[in-house]
Design a protein around this ligand. Structure first.
Ligand SMILES: [Zn+2]
Ligand SMILES: [Zn+2]
Length: 299
């Protein structure tokens, strides 16, 4: 086994703002942000949007006790709405460490999730969960060690109410996860550049096209073109377009994929069910259920 072949990311939710269920958006998927990152034996989950429910069902189906770290970019609704429906939280055998870096000093993660699960917004409180859950608020910029061989680096993103970008390092490889964030037109975000420098893969908030962005300045989101520019500047081989606008159907996303492939060959558009392994060529690391696959990019 090579040192990094057990490092992978699976996309359980790729949509921004609100989940959608629409026959014209089924190939890319309608669930909001959730990634499953496997580092050998360790399970790391990034964001808890509606995709988290499906990941939870799969974990329950395996019938094994779950021990996982869950990192939130932030607590906007589309990134936490899966939490009350994550079945592994109801099993006392399971344990989780739930972390966020955007809330201190005014608020803390446990308090925000208590507010989410409060009548009359939700019928049962956070205490309904039976698994062991530790809540941890870290200072953005901290490097977080999860186990002996995984390092998670963090940086602040440009988003209303704050958000945290992550760089996960394992076995000499790295995956960066940066959503939700807004660029400044014509500039490269130096904080992001430092975080993603020389990484193998960057998953980036590409909610808008450049044309759409002109009318959405200040909304806290970016474009795939800005993501490509950042990856060029940081020497990142694999750029993954993420946090798709709920109004962008499959045909529209195919158009983005085509334009991005021309602009930066090897760029991928995240699809629900896609599994990627950093450091491998596209034809080797792409693993999408055949029913959902667009054309597999060549080379
Ligand atoms: Zn979002
Ligand atoms: Zn947000």
């Amino acid at each position: 086994m090579s040192e990094h072949c057990d490092f992978s990311v699976k996309f359980w939710g790729v949509r921004g703002s609100i989940s959608i269920s629409d026959p014209n958006s089924i190939r890319y998927g309608g669930n909001t942000s959730c990634l499953e990152i496997r580092c050998g034996e360790r399970l790391l989950i990034f964001d808890a949007g509606s995709g988290l429910r499906y990941l939870g069902n799969e974990l329950v189906g395996r019938g094994e006790a779950v021990d996982a770290d869950i990192f939130l970019t932030h607590t906007h609704y589309d990134h936490i709405c899966g939490i009350p429906f994550f079945k592994p939280f109801f099993n006392p055998q399971n344990q989780f460490r739930l972390q966020a870096g955007h809330l201190l000093p005014e608020k803390n993660l446990r308090g925000v999730l208590c507010d989410l699960m409060t009548s009359p917004l939700f019928p049962v409180p956070l205490e309904v969960f039976q698994s062991k859950i530790e809540f941890h608020d870290f200072i953005v910029g901290d490097a977080l060690h999860t186990g002996s061989d995984v390092v998670v680096r963090t940086a602040s993103l440009n988003h209303p109410d704050g958000a945290t970008g992550y760089r996960i390092e394992f076995g000499g490889r790295s995956i960066c996860y940066l959503t939700d964030t807004e660029h400044v037109a014509g500039e490269l975000d130096q904080t992001i550049l430092r975080l993603i420098d020389g990484a193998d893969m960057v998953i980036y908030d590409s909610m808008f096209t450049e044309e759409e962005y002109a009318n959405c300045v200040g909304w806290g989101h970016s474009t795939w073109q800005a993501g490509a520019d950042l990856c060029d500047a940081a020497g990142v081989p694999r750029f993954v377009i993420f946090h798709h606008d709920p109004d962008h159907d499959d045909d529209f996303m195919d158009g983005i994929a085509e334009a991005a492939e021309k602009r930066r060959p090897g760029t991928l558009v995240a699809q629900e069910g896609m599994v990627l392994r950093p450091g491998k060529p596209v034809w080797q690391d792409l693993d999408i259920p055949v029913s959902q696959a667009r054309t597999v990019p060549a080379g």
